[in-house]
Design a protein around this ligand. Sequence first.
Ligand code: ATP
Ligand code: MG
Length: 242
Amino acid sequence: MTAASNGAVVSSPAIPAEHVLLDVDDVSCVLGGVRALSEVTMHVGIIGPNGAGKTTLFNVVTGFVPATTGEVRWDGAPLRGGKAHKVARGGLVRTFQNVGGFTGLTVAENLELATRGRDADAIDRVEALLHLADVRDKAVEDCSLATRKLVGIAMALVRTPKLLLLDEPLAGLDDTDRDRVTSLIEQVHDSGVTVCMVEHDIGRTLRLADRMVVLDAGRLVAVGTPAELARDDVLTRNYLSS
Ligand SMILES: Nc1ncnc2c1ncn2[C@@H]1O[C@H](COP(=O)(O)OP(=O)(O)OP(=O)(O)O)[C@@H](O)[C@H]1O
Ligand SMILES: [Mg+2]
């Protein structure tokens, strides 16, 4: 285990733990000669420093990057080789580490794009849930960073995911906006969506998570509840301290 800063993925199982929707089985991924993932096996969850492989894991799970070896199963069916749009249609939807929403489009136009104009009810529901109705006609580039993060989450939510994968939704936000986005993520979870989140904000992650997984240098190093991980001095020193 290397000494490390922070980085976390959490899972909030709205679905009972015994009903595992996502199985990552012995997955490795080599990218441009770099071993980004090394034999990772997990059932929803993550934490690790920069370069640990968190985003690569999301990329592999959601079909954006093929696994070099190993298998990912979603609701029992293999995802390997699955195209990203088909994976999303099956209920596994992700956000991206960079800021959400396409510039040149309003918030509402971005949400329409995400549903291909097919689900006005989902857009109304998600705008209300994430308090975006007031900014629906604003161009995303004129919105605050926090609002743009929420637009990214909303673009995933309008596709009615069963599992929502969030890649660093709090990055770049100040404390007030972190609290705001955190509480909206909790509301998303309470609305019945299972959330799996990669995040460097360990304090808020420890409070949000039901389960956490530590990933470092492409390898899985620990899995447990926040309380279980916090009882381990080495994990606390290397991964859970800000
Ligand atoms: N397309 C690529 N080509 C080559 N190497 C890559 C590529 N994408 C990622 N990597 C490498 O794979 C490793 C894992 O990267 P990844 O982006 O998954 O890390 P991360 O845990 O998401 O980090 P961060 O917290 O900085 O977002 C790193 O060493 C990275 O440089
Ligand atoms: Mg990343």
